[in-house]
Every structure is written in structure tokens, then in C-alpha cells.
Design a protein around this ligand. Structure first.
Ligand code: CDP
Ligand code: CDP
Length: 223
């Protein structure tokens, strides 16, 4: 039987991680784990319950009493928070613009990483996030770091918002993405960083299938 491997995909906001990770997981019949959705789900629950995102102890208490499941459905990956489908809610701008606060806390990250490692411990997984190659799956056979200019990433989110009927303001999106990248890259605990053994792919002028092809080449070389 062919050995299954682990594939880690990291990079800044709107670099295309989840889109290509889903396609690769499908091609390889692997599970896909969107770790960003887990930080988003906790942020959403804390905001809904009036828990201050700067309060690490309170956030950890909330997390310990929370189940977050990522379920594959025909419409894509659904995010279940204590059994309730919050797929749409976790992508709101309120959550997007505060999730980096939740994600900066050491104890919150330790608990999230433990859960993510459990999800990935059998191999056969494509996991995307910010610290997958550096902390969550340090032994992953394939590590990819996706990049694109902030202008291109803002444009991608702008078009995505328009296609979903959400309001979109290109300049505002650009500022929000730049601010989130800054918080994620400069935090003390597991900042957004390319793992030394990751393959960097600049996707600024690549379409989705172009990125998928490049990653499949790396996978075929390493497995
Ligand atoms: O989809 P997008 O790139 O906009 O974000 P995401 O992957 O859903 O992640 C949302 C936020 O969660 C990031 O901006 C990080 O603050 C945090 N995150 C993290 O710290 N570590 C991860 N492994 C994944 C996400
Ligand atoms: O997961 P992450 O935040 O890194 O990005 P994403 O949600 O996968 O991609 C953001 C948007 O960019 C989506 O609408 C993708 O279809 C689009 N995209 C693109 O236009 N070209 C690429 N090479 C990759 C993604």
C-alpha cells in the first residue's frame, strides 16, 4: 500500500492556502484541516459570550469547554462549534479583524496545536495555517510556504467578497490584510514564518491550478 504523508501549507492571509489545500487533499484522498478556522471559531465564541480577547486565562477556559470540528460536506468544509454550524459566521469581518489577538496567546496555541496534532497523527493530511511546518507538523514530508504581494491578496479577497455578495472595499481590505500579517509575523509565540525546509512559492502571478501543479511536483519528488 502506498504510504500516506503529511503536507503542511503555510503563508499569509489570502495567499491561496485553503483553496489549493482543498484541491490537493481531494486529489490525494487525504483529509484537509483548516487550522485558521479553529482560531476563528474560538474568537467567534468569545465575542458572542462577551469574553475579552486579551484575557488569555478566560480564553483558555472557553477553549477547554469547546468542541471544534471540521466536517467534510458536499459544499466544502463545515466548521462545527459545540455541534453548531458556524461556517459562515467565522468568516465575518468582525472575527477576521480580531482573530490575530486570540492567536497570539501561548496557552491558547498550545491547546490548539495539541488538537491539530491529534487530527494529523495518522498522516494522510493536508493542513494549512501559519505554524504548521514550524510547530504543528515539524516532521511533515512536504512543507509549502505560499506568498503573494499584498496588492494581489487584497484583490483576491475583494473579488471573493463581491462574488459572495459581501460589501468590498479594496483599500480597506489591503490595510486589514497588512495589519493581520504584521500581528501574525511579529507575535512572540510561533509567528508566521517559513520553515527552513519549506518550499516557497510566490503565487502573485500564478492561477490556482498553476499553484496546485507546483505543489504536486514537490509532493511527487518527496513521496
Ligand atoms: O483565511 P485567512 O488566511 O484569511 O486566515 P485563516 O487561515 O483563517 O487564519 C485566521 C487567523 O488565525 C490568522 O490570521 C492567524 O492569526 C490565526 N492562525 C494562526 O495563528 N495559526 C494557524 N495555524 C492558523 C491561523
Ligand atoms: O487560505 P488563504 O487565506 O491563504 O487564501 P484562499 O482563501 O485560499 O484564497 C483567497 C482567494 O484567492 C480565493 O478566492 C481564491 O480563489 C483566490 N486565489 C486566486 O485567485 N489565485 C490563486 N493562485 C490562489 C487563490
Amino acid at each position: 500500500m502506498k504510504k500516506t504523508i503529511s503536507i503542511a501549507i503555510d503563508g499569509p492571509a489570502a495567499a491561496g492556502k485553503s483553496t489549493v489545500a482543498k484541491i490537493i487533499a481531494e486529489k490525494m484522498s487525504y483529509i484537509y484541516v483548516d487550522t485558521g478556522a479553529m482560531y476563528r471559531a474560538l474568537t467567534y465564541k468569545a465575542q458572542t459570550n462577551g469574553v475579552h480577547l486579551e484575557d488569555e486565562t478566560a480564553l483558555l477556559d472557553v477553549l477547554k469547554q469547546t468542541t471544534i470540528q471540521l466536517e467534510q460536506t458536499e459544499a466544502g468544509q463545515a466548521v462545527l462549534l459545540d455541534g453548531k454550524d458556524v461556517t459562515r459566521e467565522v468568516r465575518s469581518s468582525e472575527v477576521t479583524n480580531s482573530v490575530s489577538i486570540t492567536a497570539k496567546h501561548r496557552k491558547v496555541r498550545e491547546e490548539m496545536v495539541a488538537r491539530q496534532q491529534q487530527m494529523g497523527n495518522q498522516g494522510g493530511v493536508v493542513m494549512d495555517g501559519r505554524d504548521i511546518g514550524t510547530h504543528v507538523l515539524p516532521n511533515a514530508e512536504v512543507k509549502i510556504f505560499l506568498l503573494a504581494s499584498v496588492e494581489e491578496r487584497a484583490k483576491r479577497r475583494y473579488e471573493e467578497n463581491l462574488s459572495k455578495g459581501f460589501p468590498a472595499d479594496l483599500e480597506k481590505l489591503k490595510e486589514e490584510i497588512a495589519q493581520r500579517d504584521k500581528l501574525d509575523s511579529e507575535r512572540e509565540v510561533s509567528p508566521l514564518k517559513k520553515a527552513d525546509d519549506a518550499v516557497e512559492i510566490d503565487t502573485t502571478s500564478l492561477d490556482i491550478l498553476g499553484v496546485v501543479d507546483k505543489i504536486m511536483t514537490v509532493i511527487n519528488e518527496r513521496s
